[in-house]
Design a binder for this molecule. Sequence first.
Ligand code: NAP
Length: 254
Amino acid sequence: MSVSKTVALVTGGSRGLGRDIALKLAAQGTDVIITYNTRKEEAFAVVEQIKHTGVHAVALQLSTENTGAFPTFFTTLTAILQTDFHTDRFDYLINNAGIGLHMAFESTTEEQFDLLLNVLFKGVYFFTQQALHYTRDGGAIVNLSSRLAQSGVPGYSAYASMKGAVETLTRYQAKELGSRRIRVNSVAPGPTATDFGGGIVKDNAQFRANVTALTALGRVGEPDDIGGVVAFLCSDAARWVTAQRIEVSGGMNI
Ligand SMILES: NC(=O)c1ccc[n+]([C@@H]2O[C@H](COP(=O)([O-])OP(=O)(O)OC[C@H]3O[C@@H](n4cnc5c(N)ncnc54)[C@H](OP(=O)(O)O)[C@@H]3O)[C@@H](O)[C@H]2O)c1
């Protein structure tokens, strides 16, 4: 019996967690379309790496805060799905692209707030709304949240609020899209060593030590810790899992 090919769309797949998610999906035989914001070369390097594993991959530019550009993005995507992937639908959408800004509640500006709102929440909301036209019934959506949505680290009030909104949205999407058998879950990583937030988890020894002390498994996260969990949610083994928040933090603040 031949197994039909699946296709995933991973936003922010040029580096960090999105790159690892794309690689883990490819490792389970899923073709992957990644998006990048500005780092085209990194994205193309990920595509080459994925192609070496024997599945197909493509990179497209996307700015998640630019909702006005979404229709053009999906017109391009539709053409690529047909020419490169021989289908008119993808199976999995991973809303991963994001940024982190660290600033005290009292000094957060409206401009900073709006940037986080647009990239992390409004963009995810309307990108997914349009993506649904091209998502296969029976597919899955994974929204990247954060450990920070649950417990406080001073300086992340706006960022964490957007991730809290993403978790609420996830449950509503799961409810409303269940009739199409589309499962929707959120994955909430703890501090993970990427370029996120100016590379604070990767490069700041004091921050790493603080996180390590708060984490049951005694270290900060690495991108390789995260992608496999997302790939699991995009597999048949997770066919009865929806509306869940899965924390992937090594047991932080327990
Ligand atoms: N790392 C952590 O500690 C951590 C913890 C919890 C949750 N998260 C979440 O995990 C996700 C990925 O974070 P990461 O650590 O992998 O960050 P990262 O290494 O900085 O990578 C960010 C990715 O998002 C893309 N991106 C950034 N701004 C964008 C925009 N305006 N529109 C579209 N794409 C954009 C980047 O594209 P370019 O490469 O082209 O710039 C890149 O692919 C984010 O949603 C973040 O909030 C991260």
